[in-house]
Design a protein around this ligand. Structure first.
Ligand SMILES: C[S@@+](CC[C@H](N)C(=O)[O-])C[C@H]1O[C@@H](n2cnc3c(N)ncnc32)[C@H](O)[C@@H]1O
Length: 187
C-alpha cells in the first residue's frame, strides 16, 4: 500500500476545513495572500456559497482576484481581519488564518499579535456550531514566535464547553516548519 507522508500544517488545515465545509456555506479567508486558500474555500462552498477574503496588501488582493476571477460569490476586502465584523454578519462554517508574510512579497509586512487576536475573536463570535477556524503559525521569522505564543495562550484558555482546540506540529524537524491550530465550535 502506498503511504502518504505526514501532512504539512497547510495541508492539514485544508483537511480540517474540508470536513466541516459544504456547498452553500459561508467561509472566511482572513489572510488572502496569493489566494490559494481563498480558491480552495470557493471550491468547497460551490456557487451557492460565499467566501469573504481579507488582506492589508494591494498586491495580495490583486493576486487573489486574479486567481479567483470567475467567482462572483467572492467578497474581497482590502482591509485587515481586525475589521471582519464590519463586513461579515452571517454565520460562517470555516475560517482560515495563515499568518506571517506574503510569500514572494515584502517580508517585513507580517501579521501582528494584536490584530490577529482581534480577528480571531470576531470570527469565533460568528462561527456556526460545528464550524472550524484554523490558524497556520510560522515561527521562523522575527516576531513569529511571540505571535505564536500569544495565539497559543488564547487557544489554551478557550472555554471547553463552547470550543475544542487542537495544536499540530513537528517535533524533530529543522527550520521551524509551520504549525496548525484548529478550533471547533461546540453546539
Ligand atoms: C502567509 S500569507 C497568506 C497566504 C494565503 N492564505 C494563501 O493561500 O496564499 C499572510 C498574509 O497575511 C496578510 N496580512 C498581514 N496582516 C494582516 C491583517 N491584519 N489582516 C489581513 N491580512 C493580513 C499579509 O499581507 C499576507 O498576504
Amino acid at each position: 500500500m502506498q503511504m502518504n507522508p505526514l501532512p504539512r500544517a497547510t495541508q492539514l488545515a485544508h483537511q480540517m476545513v474540508q470536513e466541516c465545509l459544504g456547498k452553500g456555506d459561508c467561509a472566511i479567508d482572513a489572510t488572502a495572500g496569493n489566494g490559494h486558500d481563498t480558491s480552495f474555500l470557493l471550491n468547497c462552498v460551490g456557487e451557492e456559497g460565499r467566501v469573504f477574503a481579507f488582506d492589508i496588501q494591494g498586491e495580495a488582493i490583486r493576486a487573489t482576484a486574479d486567481r479567483c476571477q470567475n467567482h462572483s460569490n467572492l467578497s474581497l476586502h482590502h482591509t485587515g481581519h481586525e475589521n471582519i465584523k464590519e463586513f461579515v454578519s452571517v454565520p460562517v462554517m470555516a475560517a482560515m488564518f495563515n499568518l506571517g508574510y506574503l510569500p514572494g512579497g515584502d517580508k517585513s509586512i507580517i501579521t501582528l499579535p494584536e490584530s490577529t487576536l482581534c480577528g480571531i475573536r470576531s470570527t469565533l463570535e460568528i462561527l456556526a456550531p460545528q464550524g472550524r477556524l484554523t490558524v497556520v503559525l510560522y515561527t521562523g521569522h522575527e516576531g513569529g514566535n511571540t505571535e505564536a505564543e500569544i495565539i497559543l495562550e488564547f487557544f489554551r484558555n478557550l472555554p471547553q464547553e463552547s470550543f475544542a482546540a487542537t495544536h499540530y506540529r513537528f517535533l524533530n524537524q529543522q527550520n521551524s516548519p509551520p504549525e496548525l491550530l484548529t478550533v471547533e465550535k461546540r453546539n
